[in-house]
Ligand binder design. Structure first.
Ligand code: MTE
Length: 317
């Protein structure tokens, strides 16, 4: 069943990837899935072990840090739509069914539309990106995401000259997301980026991690990953992407403008009003391990510092 209302009829895969690379990749994926099916058939692999993205090229932007375990990534979450405790999302998102899913793309673009998730993702080359992930609360992880650069998608929708920002919106459905029955946050969860931040090659639309589909508690079926910003900018379970002329108001900024700025770049020199941001604790490491020194832009200065040249980062925090 397709939820497609308007087809992106002029999005051709060949516009993004050369024909030969595209066909080689398709061939490879076909062979891999045949091999996986054969392994399942022969009883060497159970269906549960067959991953959605078994073989992906690793991005040049990948970090060499030790990976956080899949168990930790899936069991220590912030996803208020499924409860405010760290263990709540794993428990309460068990029955969440992210299929079918559609995404509306609208605002200051030439090609707005509402797309079935599969059609939306199909044109883009997926890759594995191992990124450091730093939460504003002082903990961090290293996560092997599966995704594609947001810039690839933005180019297809042809933003107009008025498109200065991109706003993202999470699903609002109390039946499916029980935490939304309580007004701990103004629902739906929203986030935003400046268009040049959105176009930066590091900015990722993630559809999986550890070679498989995104676990529900991590933002299935599609979420944003902006590794040089604090975790809350990484909005989950996105249903709408809107291009705007004016800076969008993100959820955490709305409820605490003095604590959560629009930019929220990782910055050890700008404390949160209630705690320091100089160090972090890697989830999964023994509690006696020394704390890690947090790096400017979470260690991604080379790729992103130029976006903020001349800006007072204490004011635009
Ligand atoms: N997105 C939505 N829709 N709702 C949320 O509560 N929490 C944010 C972010 N995205 C959140 C969200 C916060 S505070 C963090 S730290 C990260 O998701 C956590 O991502 P993870 O659970 O995959 O580690």
């Amino acid at each position: 069943m397709s939820f497609l209302i308007k087809k992106p009829d002029d999005i051709k895969s060949s516009e993004i990837t050369s024909q030969s690379v595209y066909h080689e990749r398709r061939e490879f994926i076909k062979k891999m899935s045949l091999a996986t099916t054969a392994l399942i058939g022969a009883g060497h692999l159970s269906l549960a072990e067959a991953k959605a993205y078994p073989e992906l090229a690793k991005s040049q932007f990948s970090s060499a840090d030790k990976l956080t375990s899949l168990d930790d990534i899936k069991s220590y979450n912030n996803f208020y739509e499924f409860g405010t405790g760290k263990v709540d999302p794993a428990k309460n998102a068990k029955n969440f069914n992210p299929k079918p899913w559609s995404i509306a793309v609208e605002g200051e673009i030439e090609k707005p539309g509402v797309f079935d998730l599969e059609d939306f993702v199909k044109p883009y080359a997926l890759e594995e990106r191992i990124y450091r992930f730093r939460c504003v609360e002082g903990w961090s992880m290293v996560i092997p995401w599966v995704g594609f650069p947001l810039a690839d998608m933005i180019k297809q929708f042809k933003p107009t000259s008025k498109a200065k920002y991109v706003e993202f919106v999470t699903l609002y459905d109390k039946e499916k997301m029980p935490g939304q029955a309580i007004r701990v946050l103004p629902w739906p969860y929203t986030e935003g980026l400046r268009i040049d931040e959105a176009m930066n090659p590091l900015t990722l639309m993630a559809v999986g991690l550890y070679g498989d589909e995104l676990p529900n508690q991590n933002g299935a079926p599609i979420r944003l990953v902006v590794p040089w910003k604090y975790g809350f900018k990484n909005i989950k379970s996105i249903v709408k992407i809107r291009f705007t002329e004016h800076e969008p108001v993100s959820t955490w900024h709305k409820i605490g403008p003095k604590e959560y700025g629009f930019y929220s770049n990782v910055n050890p020199d700008v404390d949160h009003p209630r705690w320091s941001q100089k160090t972090e604790r890697r989830i999964g490491e023994p509690f006696w391990s020394p704390k890690i020194q947090t790096q400017m832009f979470n260690g991604y200065s080379e790729q992103v510092a130029h976006l903020y040249s001349g800006m007072d980062l204490k004011r635009f925090f």
